[in-house]
Design a protein around this ligand. Structure first.
Ligand SMILES: Nc1ncnc2c1ncn2[C@@H]1O[C@H](COP(=O)(O)OP(=O)(O)OP(=O)(O)O)[C@@H](O)[C@H]1O
Length: 225
């Protein structure tokens, strides 16, 4: 079992009290209103925000480890690409050991062939987002955190990326948390949905169940199609 087991409690920037388990190869969707604390929860798992409780990935105890010692693939809402580096260099820098063929293969897997040498400002927003996804995967992560990974790409590209992510997920067998406001993406990718409300998980269940039987009117609004 190399899944994620986390108990996250913090007061700043907002109170959170969340217990989560994500199995290897599982994609858990984290949904909630804007400002509910979804990004903060991901940052706590990555070691970027101080917290109480614990984070374990498989047999590894991550509690108290600094961010750079956690093997996390993190796609930030803001992408956070290095502006002075090409797409390819952004990936190489994220790798434990630079591997050009693999970096090129990952850029091809997110449908960016031929754009390896462009810097972020020479790419569209959707292309930058795909570089950020490839970079998150380039770390060979033990835990994958995706904060709105498809918000800047069109629907056909979304579908292609979702398929790519499904393939890679099966290969890499890591637990993944997907933050998304798009219920179609959630329905296409996630095995379970966790709804964050008031700093706690208000509902947790199989994707189809939560969509079919939201526990409250506010959750129905969130997961309504
Ligand atoms: N660095 C910060 N300083 C002060 N307040 C912050 C900071 N980061 C987040 N917050 C506050 O914490 C709350 C949770 O923010 P967070 O980004 O985690 O929400 P979110 O659920 O990811 O929202 P969204 O869906 O809009 O991205 C918000 O009210 C936000 O204003």
């Amino acid at each position: 079992m190399s899944g994620l087991e986390a108990d996250i409690r913090l007061e700043r920037p907002l109170p959170l009290n969340v217990q989560l388990q994500v199995a290897p190869g599982e994609i858990l969707a984290l949904v909630g209103r804007s400002g509910a604390g979804k990004s903060t929860l991901l940052k706590a798992l990555a070691g970027l925000v101080p917290m109480q409780g614990h984070v374990r990935v498989g047999a590894e105890e991550w509690t108290g480890l600094p961010a750079h010692q956690r093997q996390v693939g993190y796609l930030f809402q803001s992408y956070a690409l290095f502006p002075h580096l090409s797409a390819l260099q952004n990936l190489l820098l994220a790798m434990p050991a630079p591997d050009q063929p693999r970096a090129r293969a990952l850029l091809a897997a997110v449908h960016l062939p031929g754009l390896e040498d462009r810097r972020p400002h020479q790419l569209s927003g959707g292309q930058q987002q795909r570089v950020a996804l490839a970079r998150a995967l380039a770390r060979n992560p033990r835990l994958l955190l995706l904060d709105e990974p498809f918000s800047a790409v069109d629907r056909p590209t979304r579908r292609a990326l979702a398929a790519t992510l499904q393939d890679l997920r099966a290969d890499l067998a890591m637990p993944t948390i997907l933050v998304s406001h798009d219920i179609e993406d959630v329905a296409a990718l996630a095995t379970r949905i966790a709804v964050l409300e008031g700093g706690r998980i208000a509902q947790l269940g199989a994707t189809a169940d939560v969509i079919a039987r939201p526990a409250s009117a506010s959750i129905a609004e969130l997961v309504g199609r």
